[in-house]
Design a protein around this ligand. Structure first.
Ligand code: B12
Length: 214
């Protein structure tokens, strides 16, 4: 049953079927499946496949947009069902998708998982200028700044953030973590980010590791 639901989840995205995606998300919860596993091993498989087809020119932007609507509708239902860690960890995180980048599905997942793990999250949304990110981090006295970039052309905003934190003399006041499909551990090391996360759960793990070291 589990495999069937995971397959149906991926298929609903590939078939651009918003209603089906919602139906599968609800069915997964009714079956008692782990919502995170359904997102990662089901719906995300579908959206990644769409990304490949888009890359090869076999699907076009309007279709990707419907797929992402389906993905968002399903993940909203599943995110809400992830069990919440009631205990606040007292760790403040400012999260944003960088300037020029509208991809916010992955960032949304990061926000949800951070929250359910007891982190205090300030979600600035997408297309957020570096200056706004830094202002918010200073305003709330953030421990962590997490940024997401899905485009080769917007990744450089992450370097800009590192440079501006350094130039303003506040680099050691905050830890940075970056993620998104084109981002790598190597890139994080190169620009001087404190951590790279492959996915949202890895992000949670890295945040706790960084805060423990302090
Ligand atoms: C959905 C989608 C869209 C949707 C976005 C809807 C939305 N509201 O987000 C729409 C249709 C609008 C779109 C538009 C465009 N897109 Co698009 N899109 C995608 C697609 C298919 C899926 C992205 C996604 O949601 N993945 C699912 C989520 C769950 O995964 P994720 O984002 O990687 O996030 C996970 C991890 O990376 C990590 N993570 C991510 N960020 C962070 C941050 C932190 C702090 C942490 C801890 C972790 C973390 O955790 C997340 C959860 O586990 C990708 C293909 C792909 N394989 O990535 C292309 C893709 C990213 N898009 C691409 C392109 C080119 C575009 C456009 C420029 C197309 C155009 N010609 O207009 C525009 C960009 C407009 C802009 N200015 O931003 C290219 C980018 C190529 C590149 N490397 O530069 C891709 C790779 C497709 C491709 N193969 O060509 N897109």
């Amino acid at each position: 049953m589990k495999n069937e639901i995971l397959e149906a989840a991926a298929k609903s995205i590939l078939e651009q079927d918003v209603d089906k995606a919602v139906e599968v998300a609800r069915a997964a919860l009714a079956e008692g499946l782990d919502p995170l596993e359904v997102i990662e091993k089901g719906f995300t498989v579908g959206i990644n496949k769409i990304g490949e087809l888009f890359d090869r020119g076999q699907v076009f932007l309007p279709e990707v947009m419907v797929c992402s609507d389906a993905m968002k509708a399903a993940t909203e239902i599943l995110n809400e069902a992830i069990p919440v860690e009631k205990r606040s960890q007292g760790i403040k995180c400012v999260i944003a998708t960088v300037e020029g980048d509208i991809h916010d599905i992955g960032k949304g997942l990061v926000v949800s998982l951070f929250k359910v793990n007891g982190l205090e999250v300030y979600d600035l949304g997408c297309e957020v200028p570096t200056e706004t990110i830094i202002e918010k981090a200073l305003e709330v006295n953030a421990d962590i700044i997490g940024t997401s970039a899905l485009l080769n052309t917007t990744m450089k905003q992450m370097k800009k953030l590192e440079d501006e934190l350094r130039e303003s003399g506040i680099r050691d006041k905050v830890k940075t973590i970056i993620g998104g499909a084109p981002v790598t551990e190597r890139y994080a090391n190169r620009i001087g980010a404190d951590a790279y996360a492959e996915n949202a759960m890895d992000g949670v793990k890295k945040v706790f590791q960084m805060m423990k070291k302090q």
